[in-house]
Design a protein around this ligand. Structure first.
Ligand code: NAD
Length: 512
């Protein structure tokens, strides 16, 4: 079976049947309640993790504070060397960590391995960046003066992450935070606690090999109580939060109230516009992968298809056919296309949204439902479904984290763009078209209002080289590539006078 080597995988990642979830490497601060991690793939208990109490939090914080005093003095390229070694360690562990992601979270093995590849990629990116944390120089208006700006480490970066990317989001943040000279405290989702323990084991080994203080990377497995403590703690200079808009709204207000910094990566409601000039073969593959990949549990999952009336019937028929061929089952078996949802709460939300959609007038052309029987014992496997809807339905305006795809018909491109933008969220968007004018209009100032706008690829699956994030209720944060590193540093403007006079700016005279 695909599970026969899972014991070896866990052993290779340093995971036992009972684990301590909160640590700064070899020191553990885990006196909270025990979390049991069940796999949504088969419903079996994988292992237990003892979480941290609020008192443990204080201990971990002290370790982090002490480590920062040392780490901020290490030259940035040397910090890059640490991240280079971390990337190499991830290369060694890729197979094991990818399998754990798939087993604990339920995404396909290919996607689990892909997540670890993203971790490796962001490490490579950060290593190069560690020699390029550049500020500008400016010309002073005063004679004999020099002016420039530089970037300094912030301090402690708190990372609160969602269940659906249980390892990659941590590394997007840590790889940049570390080369910028920060230390990190990570609260992973309680639904993917073992992924947290495994990642911490990997970095702890690298820190030890380099004689660095362990407090550079800290783990706090725990509930939302720990998350709340992090957001209200003025010692956490930056809170990087990935999760739902509902929680993000609270995090944002709490952090802002203490004038802390935050990066918010919240929910999406992503659409693909399928033009009459689209390559339909490509469009169908992009739409189906976007809607059912990770069982619809990506922040960039395709939730809406906005289809031109001339190709609407054809697209609809081809989607129905494609959905008929989807294999649903164990995500560790590479023959399957769709794995389970994360847990039964999520299944209930999926069912409630289908119900709501029907009540609002939605017409299901592919029916949903929960799968039962052999191989579906966990109760988390559901059927990807498709409904014809109006964009204005309440359920369509809302992000349901499950494989429900909504079809909407349009006549003009202007109307399609308006529909695509007419939701509270603003993460990812796409147009499928071979018409240059349409593509450019979609990308223009009067086009998509999302943080990510693609032409002839779907909404999901971003590369680490770009800045990732979205507008409106998606929170406005950007992480990963481009100049996202600037969020992890504080900017300082410096003016140096190398004369014997003290001229004031703006020519102000002050004689005494
Ligand atoms: P969630 O909001 O339920 O939980 C996210 C994290 O916040 C968890 O670690 C949780 O313990 C913690 N938390 C809960 N209440 C808190 C509070 N009051 N204060 C501080 N922390 C608290 O989200 P989820 O169900 O794990 O993930 C799914 C959501 O995440 C979806 O909305 C998805 O779109 C979003 N997401 C966004 C991105 C992005 O980059 N934009 C990426 C992945 C997931």
């Amino acid at each position: 079976s695909h599970y026969s080597d899972m014991e070896i995988v866990l052993k290779n990642l340093g995971i036992h049947s009972e684990n301590k979830g909160s640590s700064t490497g070899s020191e553990f601060f885990a006196n909270g309640e025990t979390i049991e991690s069940f796999s949504p793939t088969n419903g079996k208990l994988i292992a237990k993790v003892q979480s941290s109490s609020l008192e443990d939090y204080d201990q971990v914080l002290e370790k982090a504070k002490a480590a920062f005093l040392e780490f901020r003095k290490v030259p940035a390229p040397k910090r890059g060397e640490l991240v280079r070694q971390f990337g190499n360690k991830l290369r060694e562990k890729k197979e094991d960590l990818g399998k754990l992601v798939s087993y604990e979270m339920g995404k396909s093995l290919q996607e689990g391995l892909g997540e670890v590849q993203e971790m490796i990629d962001i490490c490579d990116f950060a290593v190069g960046l560690s020699r390029q944390l550049q500020g500008s120089t400016m010309h002073s208006e005063r004679p004999g003066h020099r002016m420039y700006e530089q970037y300094h480490p912030l301090g402690i970066v708190g990372i609160i992450s969602a269940f659906n990317f249980p390892v990659a989001v941590w590394s997007w943040n840590t790889a940049l935070a570390w080369i910028c000279g920060n230390v990190t405290i990570w609260k992973p989702s309680e639904k993917a606690a073992l992924c947290g323990v495994a990642c911490q084991n990997i970095i702890a080994e690298v820190l030890k090999e380099n004689n660095y203080p362990e407090g550079i990377s800290n783990l706090l497995v725990g509930s939302h109580e720990i998350g709340k403590k992090m957001t209200s703690d003025k010692n956490i200079n930056l809170v990087s939060f990935t999760g739902s808009t509902k929680v993000g709204r609270e995090v944002s207000a709490t952090v802002a109230n203490r004038f802390g910094k935050s990066i918010l990566e919240l929910g999406g409601n992503n659409a693909i516009i399928i033009s009459k000039d689209a390559d339909l073969d490509m469009s169908i593959i992009g739409a189906v992968f976007g809607a059912v990949g990770t069982c619809g549990q990506r922040c960039t999952s395709t939730r809406r298809l906005i289809i031109h009336e001339e190709v609407y019937e054809e697209v609809k028929n081809r989607l129905v056919k494609a959905y008929g061929q989807l294999k649903i089952g164990d995500p560790l078996n590479e023959n399957n296309h769709v794995g389970p949802l994360i847990d039964k709460d999520s299944v209930n939300q999926y069912l409630a949204s289908i119900e709501k959609c029907k009540n609002e007038g939605g017409n299901f052309i592919v029916e949903g439902g929960v799968l039962e029987g052999e191989n579906y014992e966990s109760g988390c496997y559901v059927k990807p479904c498709i409904a014809e809807v109006e964009n204005s339905y309440e359920v369509v305006q809302h992000e349901t984290f499950a494989p429900i795809l909504y079809l909407i018909k349009y006549k003009t491109l202007e109307e399609a763009i308006a529909l695509q933008n007419d939701v509270p969220q603003g993460l990812s968007s796409a147009i499928m078209t071979n018409n240059l004018k349409e593509a450019e209009a979609f990308l223009s100032a009067s086009g998509s209002d999302c943080g990510i706008a693609n032409v002839n690829i779907g909404t999901s699956g971003a590369e680490i080289g770009g800045a990732f994030g979205g507008e409106k209720e998606t929170g406005g944060g950007r992480e990963s590539g481009s100049d996202a590193w600037k969020y992890y540093m504080r900017r300082q403007t410096n003016t140096i006078n190398y004369t014997d006079n003290l001229p004031l700016a703006q020519g102000i005279k002050f004689d005494i």
